[in-house]
Write a protein that binds this ligand. Structure first.
Ligand code: SAH
Ligand code: SF4
Ligand code: F3S
Length: 440
């Protein structure tokens, strides 16, 4: 492709959180609507969109090495667009450091991607990182095709300003998409084949809106409205903040049968001093009390969390408090990270940065507990009969893979198809998956 030709093929690669996955899908839909074709082989694409993540240092470094790797043997490169949170945070720096990058577009501006690509193909270099209050969503095409599981971003941005985190800077202030738009998009996804929808937001449970009758509703009310879509079988949501977990949402886990028994509720640390330094607005005890209320509403709920080890100043005793909290909760799964200093965040300037080897040891110790509890949770599921939403074929002949209501991977052998919702008995448990037997 010469530099003045409009690209015909594209490849979107998304890093980071599920919201980036959603954005990547929407960008692909936009480019497809322009008559371009998605292809799997990055090196053959005329246009490559790197939809980036800025959450930890390694994530950012990856962008630059990926840009380098896009250089072909003959020295040419595809037209490279950098989107996502690194684009937002370091747009000018990328343009200066990586001459092969022709488009930089932030997470709130990607509805402009087609025009920017056209201008870049005509020889320009384009940057758009404004965070306009008016939503980009209205400018996106209607959803058409969907796999059995779909993401739907309902809320964006974050006002919480945890002291380690870049998200409030890369994604901006909290906004909630309007109720009617979300019900409409959910219908379109279900018409396109979705049986399960995961509602997304940086703080998804902070979503608020007004229903058709003008009444104020929260996430529980939205989930209620979506549950009325007949062919939608399952509703999930992520990521929630403990401070926004209201009574209505807890109660919805008891009363809304389509709301799956799974809650991802990051806690980050079990030490109150560390939590305060993180600006997390909850204590270890208030988090445990909240978990107890959720379990009272839905006793079988699977709990998931996020943890940061080695926050500046974290002592051995404070780390031990985190292990104690893990023991008290009994997570079904969790994500854990070594603290990574992010430029411009308050924690980056705090004293007491922890040595790398100490962080490694703490991460290992924490992950050992999580793995132990994950296996225990899976083993405790043995003998349960549950639904499995079939997502894809397994490695062995005749084998299929899907998810249980508790978000466990389940494999079984039978004649089914992707998108089927089948009943299975859980008969074998490993740390990362279970074997099932189809009922009937
Ligand atoms: N909005 C969500 C998720 C934010 S990012 C929430 O509040 O929970 C996902 C996870 O990345 C966070 O929960 C946190 O555990 C981790 N994280 C964020 N910033 C980090 C940093 N600077 N270093 C290490 N981990 C970080
Ligand atoms: Fe980051 Fe905290 Fe906001 Fe989550 S709640 S996105 S960790 S600032
Ligand atoms: Fe990463 Fe941005 Fe998501 S920093 S985790 S892609 S909100």
């Amino acid at each position: 492709m010469s530099s003045t030709e409009h690209p015909r093929t594209f490849h979107v690669k998304s890093f980071g959180c599920q919201m980036n996955v959603y954005d990547g899908e929407r960008m692909a839909e936009l480019l497809t609507a322009q008559g371009m074709h998605a292809i799997d082989a990055r090196e053959d694409a005329d246009l490559v969109v790197l939809n980036t993540c800025h959450i930890r240092e390694r994530a950012t470094e990856k962008v630059y090495s990926d840009i380098g790797r896009l250089r072909r043997e003959d020295g040419t490169t595809p037209l490279i667009a950098v989107a996502g949170c690194v684009a937002q945070a370091e747009g000018a720096e990328i343009m200066a450091r990586a001459p092969s990058v022709r488009v930089v577009v932030g997470p709130q501006a990607y509805h402009r991607l087609p025009q920017m690509v056209a201008a870049a193909a005509a020889g320009g270099r384009e940057t758009e990182t404004d965070m306009p209050a008016e939503a980009k969503f209205a400018a996106l095409p209607r959803r058409r095709k969907s796999g059995p599981t779909a993401f739907l971003t309902i809320q964006e941005g974050c006002d919480k300003f945890c002291t380690y985190c870049v998200v409030p800077y890369t994604r901006g202030a909290e906004i909630s998409r309007p109720y009617a738009d979300l019900v409409d998009e959910a219908h379109a996804l279900v018409d396109g084949g979705a049986r399960e929808i995961t509602l997304l937001g940086q703080n998804v449970n902070a979503w608020t809106g007004e229903d058709g009758a003008g009444r104020a509703v929260g996430l529980a009310g939205l989930a209620q409205a979506l549950a009325a879509i007949p062919d939608l079988a399952r509703i999930r949501y992520t990521t929630s903040h403990p401070a926004d977990m209201d009574d209505a949402l807890i109660e919805a886990h008891a009363s809304n049968p389509k709301l799956m028994p799974f809650l991802h509720l990051p806690v980050q640390s079990g030490s109150d001093r560390v939590l305060k330094a993180m600006n997390r607005s909850h204590t270890a005890q208030s988090y445990l009390d909240l978990i107890a209320r959720v379990r009272a509403a839905r006793p079988d709920i699977a709990l998931s969390g996020d943890f940061i080890v080695g926050f500046p100043g974290e002592t051995e005793a404070e780390f031990a408090d985190t292990l104690a909290l893990i023991d008290a909760v009994g997570y079904a799964q969790a994500f854990s990270f070594k603290y990574s200093a992010r430029p411009g965040t308050p924690a980056a300037d705090m004293p007491g940065h922890i040595a790398a080897d100490v962080m490694d040891d703490r991460l290992q110790a924490l992950q050992a507990r999580i793995n132990r509890d994950q296996l225990a949770f899976n083993q405790a599921s043995l003998g349960r009969r549950c639904s499995v939403l079939v997502e894809r074929r397994g490695r062995q002949a005749g084998q299929w893979l899907g998810k249980s209501p508790w978000l466990q991977s389940v494999h079984f052998t039978d004649e089914v198809a992707v998108g089927d919702l089948v009943e299975v008995d859980l008969i074998e448990a490993g740390p990362n998956s279970l074997a099932g037997r189809r009922v009937g």
